[in-house]
Write a protein of this length. Structure first.
Length: 338
C-alpha cells in the first residue's frame, strides 16, 4: 500500500513538474527549429537577375516579387539590366561567373545565345533558374509558360473561328517576335501541330516584328491590304500586338479579324480585351510566376546540392481571357506586386 502511495505521489510530482515546465514554455513560446534553420540558411546569400530588359510589365513584375522576398528573408537581390542587348547580357553573365553569386535568374533572349554561358556558370557552382524563356541548356530550374501549349490553344481558337464555312475566309496571319526565341520556336510548333489538322486554313503571312508594336502595325496593315478578307491573326506577345490590333481597327476589321495574343495578364492587356482589341488573351500570369520563382529561389538557396545536380521545370497554368471573363481577379498592376 505504501509503495503504491509513494508511486502515485512521485508520478503526481513528475506530472506537476512537467506541467510547470510546459506552462513556462507557453508563457515564453517555443522556438521552431525549422523556422530558425530556414531563416539562417538564406541570410547573406546573393541572387542576381539578368532579364531581357527592365522597364516592361513582365520583368518589372518578377523583379518586384523577387525583391520583396529577398528583403523578407535577408538575402541580397541585384539586377544586371542588358536593356535588350544580347551582347550586354552575355557580358553580364560572364562577369557574374567570376563574381560567383549563389544563384542567377536568367531571362533568355533566344534558345542559343546564353546556352554555353549557363553551362559555365553551373560548372562554377552557380545555381540557375530560367524564367519564362528557355535556353537549349537545361539548368537547375525553369519556371514559366509552356509555349507549345500556348501555340496549341491559340491555333485551336483561330481554327474554331476560321475553318471552312465558319468565317469570312480561311485566311490567317501569324506575327512572331524574334525567330530564335523560345516563345517563337516552341509556340510555332504548337500552332502548326493544330493547323495541320485543319487543311483548309491558309497562313497567308508569317513575319517577325522584333517585339516592336509599330512594326507589327505596319505588317498587319500591309496584310489587310493584300487580304481584305483575313479571318484570324495570332500574335506572340501582347505588347507588340497592340500594333497588330491598331492596324485591324484602323482598317475597320475589328468585327472580322479574330486576334489571339498572349502575355503576363497585366491590366493594360485586360483593358485591350474589354475594348475589343484582343479577342482572346492567353495569360501566363506574372504574379503566379513570381510566386513560383520565389519558391524555387528559396529551395535552391537552402539545398546543399551542387549546381545542376538536379534539374526541374514547372510549366505554370494558363488563363484564357475573353470579354466574358475579364475581371480584376485575372489581371494585375505593378503596384499590386510591390
Amino acid at each position: 500500500m505504501k509503495g503504491g502511495l509513494f508511486g502515485r505521489i512521485a508520478l503526481t510530482a513528475a506530472a506537476l513538474a512537467a506541467g510547470l515546465s510546459f506552462a513556462s514554455a507557453q508563457n515564453k513560446g517555443l522556438e521552431n527549429p525549422r523556422s530558425t534553420a530556414f531563416q539562417e540558411s538564406l541570410k547573406g546569400k546573393k541572387v542576381v537577375f539578368v532579364p531581357l530588359s527592365m522597364g516592361f510589365d513582365l520583368t518589372e513584375g518578377w523583379a518586384a516579387q523577387m525583391r520583396k522576398q529577398a528583403d523578407r528573408l535577408g538575402y541580397s537581390f541585384e539586377i544586371r539590366d542588358p536593356a535588350w542587348s544580347t551582347d550586354a547580357g552575355t557580358k553580364a553573365i560572364q562577369s557574374l561567373i567570376s563574381e560567383k553569386p549563389d544563384l542567377m535568374v536568367v531571362h533568355n533572349p533566344d534558345i542559343q545565345s546564353y546556352a554555353r554561358l549557363l553551362k559555365q556558370a553551373q560548372a562554377a557552382g552557380i545555381k540557375i533558374v530560367q524564367i519564362n524563356l528557355e535556353s537549349n541548356t537545361t539548368t537547375d530550374s525553369y519556371v514559366g509558360a509552356d509555349w507549345s501549349e500556348i501555340g496549341r490553344k491559340a491555333a485551336e481558337a483561330v481554327a474554331e473561328k476560321c475553318d471552312a464555312g465558319k468565317g469570312v475566309s480561311t485566311k490567317v496571319a501569324i506575327d512572331t517576335g524574334v525567330p530564335t526565341a523560345a516563345s517563337d520556336v516552341f509556340q510555332l510548333d504548337g500552332i502548326y501541330k493544330v493547323l495541320d489538322q485543319h487543311p483548309d486554313i491558309q497562313v497567308v503571312s508569317q513575319q517577325a516584328t522584333e517585339y516592336n508594336p509599330e512594326k507589327a502595325r505596319s505588317i498587319m496593315s500591309t496584310v489587310l491590304q493584300q487580304h481584305p478578307d483575313l479571318c484570324g491573326a495570332i500574335g506572340i506577345w501582347d505588347n507588340q500586338d497592340t500594333g497588330t490590333a491598331s492596324a485591324i481597327k484602323e482598317a475597320g476589321k475589328s468585327d472580322q479579324v479574330f486576334l489571339v495574343t498572349s502575355g503576363g495578364g497585366n491590366q493594360v492587356g485586360c483593358e485591350n480585351v474589354k475594348n475589343g482589341l484582343f479577342n482572346l488573351y492567353i495569360s501566363y500570369n506574372v504574379p503566379l510566376q513570381g510566386d513560383l520563382l520565389n519558391q524555387e529561389i528559396a529551395r535552391l538557396l537552402m539545398s546543399d546540392g551542387t549546381a545542376g545536380e538536379v534539374q526541374t521545370l514547372y510549366f505554370n497554368p494558363l488563363t484564357l481571357i475573353t470579354k466574358d471573363n475579364v475581371n480584376q481577379r485575372n489581371c494585375w498592376t505593378l503596384d499590386d506586386l510591390k
